[in-house]
Write a protein that binds this ligand. Sequence first.
Ligand code: SAM
Length: 288
Amino acid sequence: MEGLKSFKAQGGLCPPCEISLSDEIFGLFQNLIYTTAGIRLSSQKKGLLSSRLLRRLKKLGIDSLYEYYRRVKDDSDELVEMLNCISTNTTHFFRENHHFEYLKNKIIPELLRIKSSEKTIRIWSAGCSTGEEPYSIAITLCEALGDMRGWDIKVLATDISTKVLDAAQSGIYEYEAVSDMPEDIVRRYFLRGAGDNIEKIKVRDFLKDMIRFRRLNLKDGAYPFKRKFDVIFCRNVMIYFDEGMKQHVLSMFHRHLSENGHLFLGHSETMLGSNGFKSVFITVYKKI
Ligand SMILES: C[S@@+](CC[C@H](N)C(=O)[O-])C[C@H]1O[C@@H](n2cnc3c(N)ncnc32)[C@H](O)[C@@H]1O
């Protein structure tokens, strides 16, 4: 890694922000990432992988991707760090807002009827990234229900990346992230920072208390849930998976959804074949 060495000698920041990566070593990472997380990296992602790992290598003082690969192979904590570096976490509040409208107008009224004696609602945001999706779900629940007294309502939010889960758990965002939301919603569910933090907002505690954040790898053979979910959101996550991994995840969702439960996928993730689901709205499926 000549480039990185001379760049280190100069003591500056890496001008190209990329380390050269042979096809062979890229293949090792491709396999490792696929067997660990089910994420298929196409060969076009070579540059992206090396630029994303560069910062980590610099932090560890490692100057070859092969050396880093050997380290990751034997060190499960470093494997988690690598997954933090390579995962794509783009998200925002009320992304694909028609899904939240459908949740509020169609699914929640249905759940209030079906669950009127049990009085529990469980929603899972799988691949929650930095938390905007589960917080949008929790806000939708509060807005739809008004008075939640007597109801036991919980949102589980999981991701493979510990880095995004830490950000989600903090509930702190740039004010910009909520600037498109109606002002009364922002006031009800967020606190604006003061002084140096004027450009930040923080999710109010009562909203955060509705959500549990946990690390979960969707590739795992078994998911650790005793109770079933009424609704599962897994949006813009399966685009990174191949067909086998998608089938695994869909069958797990089917198993962990309650009767007539709903599954929300991302806008480009249509379901081929029935998989035990029927389409009821734009990329929303009902368990059959
Ligand atoms: C693009 S974000 C989607 C965030 C949100 N669901 C949305 O639609 O706005 C994809 C998320 O999936 C997570 N992810 C990727 N592979 C995963 C896996 N095997 N298990 C769990 N989460 C995974 C990534 O860490 C990332 O945070």
